[in-house]
Write a protein that binds this ligand. Structure first.
Ligand code: MN
Length: 191
């Protein structure tokens, strides 16, 4: 199966000033695209050729895993945003967050802390387990919670390519700004 770069659900300039058009052009148009191109070059003739992307993420390792998981992670990340987003999650997710962290603000603080302190490249994730319990996890490089049987709800990309054009080394500023573009309707529906 040949993979294609998923289209963004908004225009490249739509998330400014939080994420600039130039960052989107590189992050989606170059980085996300490169993972798609790489996977398409890696899977012909392997057992992964006929699998869905999610199945490849769950079953592969090495270069195939890295590229497949990065496609999945970026699609999930880009689909979590919308222009003039922000605010708070829908009722059921908000209640679960309140029960787990005490308040939405405390959850945000904890999530930002995880994303800020993640060493090197990777992803901060809000996930739920099979009991529906929420937690925040950090994954290095292409790490994806599906491989641990967890359901991803929200992720922040903390690879430098996600923020360096707009924020240079100020990862914490990028993380604070991201909350203003979250599409909580989409994200809450994942819970
Ligand atoms: Mn990225």
């Amino acid at each position: 199966m040949k993979y294609e770069l998923p289209k963004l659900p908004y225009d490249v300039i739509a998330l400014e000033p939080v994420i600039s058009a130039r960052t989107i052009e590189f992050h989606h148009g170059k980085h996300h695209q490169a993972y798609v191109t790489n996977l398409n070059n890696l899977i012909p003739g392997t057992q992964f050729e006929t699998m869905s992307l999610e199945e490849i993420v769950r079953k592969s390792d090495g270069g195939i895993f890295n590229n497949a998981a990065q496609i999945w992670n970026h699609t999930f990340y880009f689909n979590s945003f919308k222009p003039h987003g922000g605010g708070i999650p829908a009722g059921k997710l908000l209640k679960a967050i309140d029960n787990t962290w005490g308040s939405f603000d405390l959850f945000k603080k904890e999530f930002n802390n995880a994303a800020t302190t993640l060493f090197g490249s990777g992803w901060a994730w809000l996930v739920k387990n099979e009991k529906g319990e929420l937690s925040i996890i950090k994954e290095s490089n292409a790490g994806n919670p599906l491989t641990k049987g967890l359901v991803p709800i929200l992720t922040f990309d903390v690879w430098e390519h996600a923020y360096y054009i707009d924020y240079q080394n100020r990862r914490a500023d990028y993380l604070v700004a991201l909350w203003d573009i979250i599409d909580w309707d989409t994200v809450s529906a994942r819970f």
